[in-house]
Design a protein around this ligand. Structure first.
Ligand code: SAH
Ligand code: SF4
Length: 419
């Protein structure tokens, strides 16, 4: 898998912090993240004759993505010779978990270590979060280490180090979450994983699975890592494998307009737009990418997103910033702006972090805003912050690659816990 051309987009120099570097894969590559065609190539490279490749690809695909095999020895329907040949050249490695934290509300956050693009350099770290609710379990997946964009209210945006994740590292997050939660149907749950009757904060197993939904809302801008995100999501959605349907996968973007059409054509998952402001002047400040792709262009791309109906709407995310974007006039303008687009509005209480210049809107104001939007016919759930005590809430993800001091960490946690 190669990094895409988008990955080196200099973003016209106005929001870029660090150039995206090329990724060099570890010496022994993992099969995790390979498409069927790439798996067939891997099989060819260990000498599987062309006449058998299709069948063998199906077999390995099933072991890998439907059953979650973590070692070649588990692939009992594959000959010993082929297993040995594969094990010599490949692994089934997922990103390495360096820490697991469980919130009082059941949210789980995994800190993952990924190899640096330069051998010998410090590895990178990203985070992946599982959020259990009564009717679903959502996995929040990262697409980049850090983010080249610099939204002024987002902690991830302050991180300097950036590299794109590979498709394997993206699919690998879903797979390791299934490993840790015991969420592969054919395998027993590991010790410590939620089992049986759901306890507080663990989702009931719907259709036998804990992870029912995937959101690309972790670290990074998924549409600036287009190919890897596309390849990964097509694997996650494949119903002969991980099998999470496209209707249950949401890709959130800050508004990379040209790639919205591509996402519609080449991925076809649900779309969420981080709108956050109804005027270009304010959005330029909150989401600097708006200077490149202003609101009118962004909404035009949304109108053209394929397959929109009342049952398949675009979610518009709107972070509630006290005195900045939370007036009733803003709510009215928002409703006007979205006219004609099948839309849901998701109000996100701002999650503060040390050094952030914003405050979360007062609860009363959030309610007023939400009521107005609701009375105009939009579903407008206010997203309950989850996992605040383990810094897993929206916009709080920032890996320890850039070490926070103990004091900063305590301050962050204290801020996160105050309502
Ligand atoms: N880069 C993508 C996806 C990751 S961010 C995007 O921007 O859409 C997921 C959501 O969390 C986005 O809507 C983002 O704007 C929001 N967010 C970022 N920082 C936040 C914060 N401090 N408080 C609340 N929401 C935040
Ligand atoms: Fe990047 Fe999204 Fe954070 Fe903006 S909100 S800095 S696009 S992760």
């Amino acid at each position: 898998m190669s990094t895409s051309e988008q990955t080196t987009d200099p973003l016209a120099g106005f929001v870029e912090k660090a150039p995206l570097e090329r990724y060099v894969a570890p010496a022994t590559p993992s099969l995790v993240g390979l498409s069927r065609a790439e798996l067939a190539e891997a099989l060819a490279s260990v000498g599987v004759p062309a006449s058998q490749r299709r069948m063998r690809t199906q077999q390995i695909w099933n072991w890998l993505y439907a059953r979650g095999a973590t070692g070649f020895e588990q692939m009992t329907s594959v000959s010993k010779e082929l297993r040995a040949a594969l094990a010599e050249k490949f692994t089934l490695a997922r990103p390495e978990v360096v820490a697991e934290q469980v919130s009082v509300d059941g949210t789980r956050k995994w800190l993952l270590r990924l190899p640096s693009e330069n051998p010998g350099e410090r590895p990178h770290e990203v985070e992946c979060v599982y959020i259990p609710e009564t009717d679903r379990g959502t996995l929040c997946v990262s697409s980049q280490v850090g983010c080249t964009l610099t939204c002024s209210f987002c902690h991830t945006g302050t991180q300097r180090l950036v590299r794109n994740l590979t498709a394997g590292e993206i699919v690998g997050q879903v797979m390791l979450a299934r490993d840790r939660l015991g969420d592969w149907s054919a395998r027993a749950a590991p010790q410590g994983a939620p089992q049986g009757e759901p306890e507080a904060g663990t989702a009931p197993k719907e259709g036998g699975r804990l992870i029912t939904n995937v959101v690309m809302m972790g670290m990074g801008e998924p549409l600036y890592n287009f190919e890897a995100v596309r390849d990964a999501l097509l694997i996650v959605a494949d119903n002969e494998g991980i099998g999470i349907s496209k209707r249950r996968i949401t890709l959130s973007t800050s508004g990379v307009v040209p790639n919205i059409a591509r996402a519609g054509a080449e991925i076809g998952v649900m779309l969420a737009i981080s709108l956050h402001a109804v005027r270009d002047e304010l959005r330029n400040e909150l989401v600097p990418l708006n200077r490149k792709y202003p609101i009118a262009e962004l909404l035009e791309a949304c109108r053209n997103y394929p397959g929109l109906t009342n049952a398949k709407r675009i979610t518009f995310e709107y972070v509630m910033l006290k005195g900045v974007n939370d007036s009733l006039a803003d709510a009215k303008a928002l409703v006007k702006l979205l006219k004609g687009i099948p839309a849901k509005i998701n109000l996100i209480p701002f999650n503060p972090w040390p050094g952030s210049r914003y405050e979360c809107s007062d609860w009363e104001q959030i309610e007023k805003f939400s009521e107005y939007v609701f009375s105009a016919g939009y579903s407008s759930p206010v997203r309950t912050p989850r996992g605040r005590d383990i810094l897993a809430a929206c916009g709080q993800l920032k890996s320890v690659t850039e070490k926070l001091s103990a004091r900063e960490r305590m301050a962050l946690r204290a801020m996160a816990m105050t309502d």
